[in-house]
Design a binder for this molecule. Structure first.
Ligand code: NAD
Length: 287
């Protein structure tokens, strides 16, 4: 029977630790860490994510400041807001909820955020730091994935890890973090030939494709650790909807451990966002 790695419980622990750090920062500096959350437009999924992030901030004592902008906001107006937030000493983290409307260049916007306030870890400076192993703010989902893995793996040296998906927000950064730990990492994607043959050799499988139940039982060797990052909303025959991951979990009983969907990577992502905000506040106070 595969161990189910409880992301919710781990996220609660991380949130409690973050709340303690927030208190300590407030006692030392007279100011709680501040996170600016910017939402452009009213994408329903984005609304839900932003709502969750703000409510968790509140629980941890982080001051969140919401900026809701209409979908037709000009790119320059968004850049001007970011400039103001970069200058604002009460704001330690800036989060731009993605996706942005099509008329806005997301890469340009993310590059405008000060690397010191880039709590999503998407700025090229932080991407560079991650790939050279020189600190910086690390993207939240990969950070959470490593914490989930750390709960079942002590030593990564020489382990074979396969990452399915090569996005900038999950696949590539998690591959970098695994490399830092001396795992042997293979990054795969939609064009990879005979993917099951690749994953079958892995000690660690990170499934981040957004393809429901892609990873079947025969894709995974006995004793492997599987992290299911996928989140896809599917509609059942009766019209009801539910969230499913990238793994056919019921076929993976021979794995050593697996994360559930929901309740695995998702809660850790938000908890890591708050941890990054605290890290950004600590960095600002050290300056
Ligand atoms: P993306 O669409 O940017 O990238 C998907 C990657 O998977 C691409 O590299 C693509 O080549 C690859 N891929 C797609 N289908 C494939 C297939 N059939 N076989 C092999 N490779 C395939 O996605 P993303 O932003 O990295 O997100 C991936 C999934 O993770 C999505 O379901 C997303 O909702 C989820 N996600 C979850 C969290 C969380 O907090 N739990 C955070 C971020 C993303």
């Amino acid at each position: 029977m595969a161990e189910i790695i409880d992301g919710r419980a781990m996220a609660q622990k991380l949130l409690a630790r973050t709340a303690e750090q927030v208190k300590a920062i407030e006692a030392r500096t007279g100011q709680a860490p501040g996170l600016a959350v910017v939402l452009v437009g009213s994408d329903p999924a984005s609304e839900v994510y932003v709502g969750r992030k703000i409510s968790q901030c509140r629980k941890a004592g982080i001051r969140s400041v919401e900026h809701r902008l209409p979908a037709d906001t000009a790119e320059q107006d968004l850049l001007t807001l970011i400039d103001a937030l970069n200058e604002d000493a009460t704001i330690h983290g800036i989060l731009i909820q993605l996706p942005l409307p099509k008329h806005i260049d997301a890469a340009l916007v993310l590059k405008r955020i000060s690397p010191h306030k880039d709590v999503d870890g998407f700025h090229p400076v932080n991407v560079g730091r991650l790939s050279t192993g020189t600190g910086g703010l690390v993207p939240c989902t990969p950070l959470g994935i490593m914490m989930l893995l750390d709960s079942v793996i002590e030593d990564y040296r020489g382990l074979d890890a396969v990452v399915i998906g090569k996005s900038n927000i999950v696949g590539k950064p998690v591959a970098m973090l695994l490399l830092e730990r001396e795992a042997t990492v293979t990054v795969t994607h939609i064009e990879t030939k005979d993917l099951p043959d690749v994953t079958r050799k892995a000690d660690i499988v990170i499934a981040a494709a957004g393809a429901p139940h892609l990873v079947r039982g025969y894709w995974v060797k006995p004793g492997a650790v599987v992290i299911d990052v996928g989140i896809t909303r599917v509609t059942d025959h009766d019209g009801s909807t539910r969230i499913v991951g990238d793994c056919a979990t019921h076929e993976l009983e021979h794995a050593r451990a697996i994360t559930p969907v929901p309740g695995g990577v998702g809660p850790m992502t938000i908890a890591c966002l708050l941890a990054n905000t605290v890290q950004a506040a600590e960095m600002a106070n050290d300056d």
